[in-house]
Design a protein around this ligand. Structure first.
Ligand code: ZN
Ligand code: ZN
Length: 343
């Protein structure tokens, strides 16, 4: 079969590889659409240690089942499906608590690290364990279904604590996940939603998708602007969707006393942290990783048009042109958001 293979760091080729063999409880999915994730783009240069070549990346996909293992139940050839990016074991302490994103034996599709290698969906076919497969709502296009993984991350983040009706929120980082977080916050019943970014185009998109206002962190005094709109107190909550020291500190500085911060971005492994402000202002901190069973709700919301994922898809292109799209994303071409590849 054809696949987009990372054969060495920063070296993607469209080439022939062996079709994956499926296990007894796996299905073979013919991939129809697979989105390029930021973690693939950052990971292909070796900086994350999670895309050790050779690896077929890709974990945001949708397609059609073409083969089922002998112990598969409930799935048939021809079913239109998507699947979780996380292969969880279902047996460990955390899985048994329903915290599948925290699974002790977690493996992510399209990732290779020191512990494992699991080929992903930038290929004609991918093998998927049946317990992470989800059925597509009728009529939902494959390229939109491929956005479900990103949306599930946003839904999970917004669900980490219960949102109070009409609360004021600051979202730092208006990239792909940030824009989905903004949409989810709007649906959850937030009041004022403010977006913070360094890109005017993204801020404009943020206001189009549900934010009340956007602030350019390089031009505006973000904290002063937020205070001016919150009786001088600061926002009830903030979402950090970048993961660097300056953005983390901006998010914390925007909060009122007793406010809460949900941390989604983690570009840097370690950041400076204003300990005293967090302690003396009694802030609550929530980490949020991947998702935890939000897929069916997310698929339904996309299918009903409650969440607009189409606005975030910059291009749908053939998998054979994948390398050049990765190149453009790697060099941060302005205005490029999600690129979906079709085998
Ligand atoms: Zn991803
Ligand atoms: Zn587990």
């Amino acid at each position: 079969m054809k696949a987009l293979l990372l054969q060495a760091y920063n070296d993607l080729i469209y080439t022939d590889v062996a079709e994956p063999a499926i296990g007894p409880e796996e299905v073979l999915v013919e991939v129809r659409a697979c989105g390029i994730c930021g973690s693939d783009v950052h990971g292909m240069d070796g900086s994350s240690g999670r895309r050790i070549p050779p690896i077929i990346m890709g974990h945001e996909a949708a397609g059609v089942i073409v083969e089922t293992g002998p112990e598969v139940t409930g799935w048939q050839v021809g079913d239109r499906v998507t699947f979780d990016s996380t292969v969880y074991c279902g047996k460990c302490y955390f899985c048994r608590r329903g915290e599948i994103n925290l699974c002790d034996n977690r493996r992510v599709l399209g990732v290779s690290c020191d512990e494992y290698r699991r080929h992903g969906a930038f290929a004609e076919y991918v093998a998927i364990p049946q317990h992470i497969v989800y059925r597509l709502p009728e009529g939902l296009a494959f390229e939109q279904a491929a956005m479900v993984e990103a949306l599930s991350i946003a839904f999970h983040a917004v669900g980490r604590r219960s949102v109070t009706l009409d609360e004021t929120v600051v979202v730092v980082g208006a990239g792909m996940i940030g824009l989905l977080v903004i949409q989810a916050l709007r649906l959850a019943g937030c009041g004022q939603i403010f977006a913070v970014d360094l890109d005017e185009g993204r801020l404009e998109m943020a206001t189009r998708l549900g934010a009340d206002e956007g602030f350019h962190a390089g031009k505006a005094d973000v904290v002063a602007e937020i205070q001016a709109r919150t009786h001088g107190r600061g926002s009830d909550s903030a979402f950090e969707v970048v993961g660097l020291s300056p953005t983390l500190n901006t998010a914390i500085s925007c909060l009122r006393k007793g406010g809460s911060l949900t941390m989604v971005g983690n570009l840097a492994a370690e950041t400076a942290f204003p300990l005293q402000a967090a302690v003396t202002r009694e802030l609550s901190l929530y980490g949020s990783c991947s998702s935890q069973g939000e897929y069916p709700a997310c698929l339904d919301m996309i299918a009903r048009g409650a969440v607009d994922v189409r606005a975030l898809i910059s291009a749908v292109a053939p998998l054979s042109e994948g390398a050049s799209w990765f190149e453009r994303l790697y060099h941060r071409e302005p205005g490029l958001m999600k690129v979906v590849l079709e085998p």
